[in-house]
Write a protein that binds this ligand. Structure first.
Ligand code: GRF
Length: 216
């Protein structure tokens, strides 16, 4: 049984999609053992606790610098002996030591088709750049922000009358589909990292791309 710890900072809808997937038996032999947040007021903590999952806040404002917070966070995570750490809307830049500690077992979801639009405000930036395709990416985390090997992406069309809220909602619906699928592949031991590329063993290459409704 693989043990999963999820890190959040707010709403936690991606975390919820993982909890739902676990309940439906769609994560394989895995159990979400803890949800941790750097913000005590993260709404997702209540959702996790209501689902019977250990939910804990470590307020980053209580620590003098990034290194000391990351060290405390690592101890809190490691107390649960995770095989996989999943960032789900965790809005903190992580120190290199943290990222190296979880190398190969740290996943993130980013709301753009990486390597386009790393960082914040991705939906607004996609609209301003006039791209016709936008989406989301699940990737392994490396010390370079939003840059690690990509496991799975989903693309959505950018429509003429989109604003950033409508576009964000269309992308979020895809996030909720691809994150559980990527986590299941990890749990099944099917992800092999080769440089910046991820090979998904026993899976058609095209299954690492969801591109629904592009013709709308
Ligand atoms: C998602 O769009 C995720 O891609 C980004 O932050 C947002 C978090 O949403 N990293 P939620 O907390 O999972 O609802």
């Amino acid at each position: 049984m693989k043990r999963i710890v999820i890190l959040i900072s707010g709403r936690g809808s991606n975390m919820e999609s993982l909890i739902r997937a676990q309940r439906a038996g769609e994560l394989g032999e895995a159990r979400i053992v803890a949800v941790l947040s750097n913000r005590p007021d993260a709404r997702g903590l209540l959702t996790a606790a209501a689902a019977g999952i250990h939910a804990e806040a470590l307020d980053h404002k209580q620590y003098p610098d990034r290194e000391s917070f990351d060290a405390a966070l690592m101890s809190a995570i490691d107390a649960h002996q995770p095989d996989l750490v999943v960032l789900a809307g965790f809005l903190r830049i992580l120190s290199e030591g943290f990222v190296r500690h979880y190398s190969g077992r740290l996943l993130n979801i980013h709301p753009s088709l990486l390597p386009a639009f790393p960082g914040l405000h991705t939906h607004q930036r996609a609209l301003e750049a006039g791209v016709r395709l936008h989406g989301c990416s699940v990737h392994f985390v490396t010390p370079t922000l939003d840059h690690g090997p990509i496991v799975l992406q989903a693309a959505v069309p950018v429509l003429d009358d989109d604003d950033k809220e409508r576009l964000a909602a269309r992308v979020l619906a895809e996030e909720h589909l691809i994150y559980p699928r990527a986590v299941r592949w990890f749990v099944e031991g099917r992800l092999a990292i080769e440089g910046l590329c991820v090979r998904v063993q026993g899976e058609q290459r095209e299954n690492a791309l969801r591109a629904p409704d592009l013709a709308r």
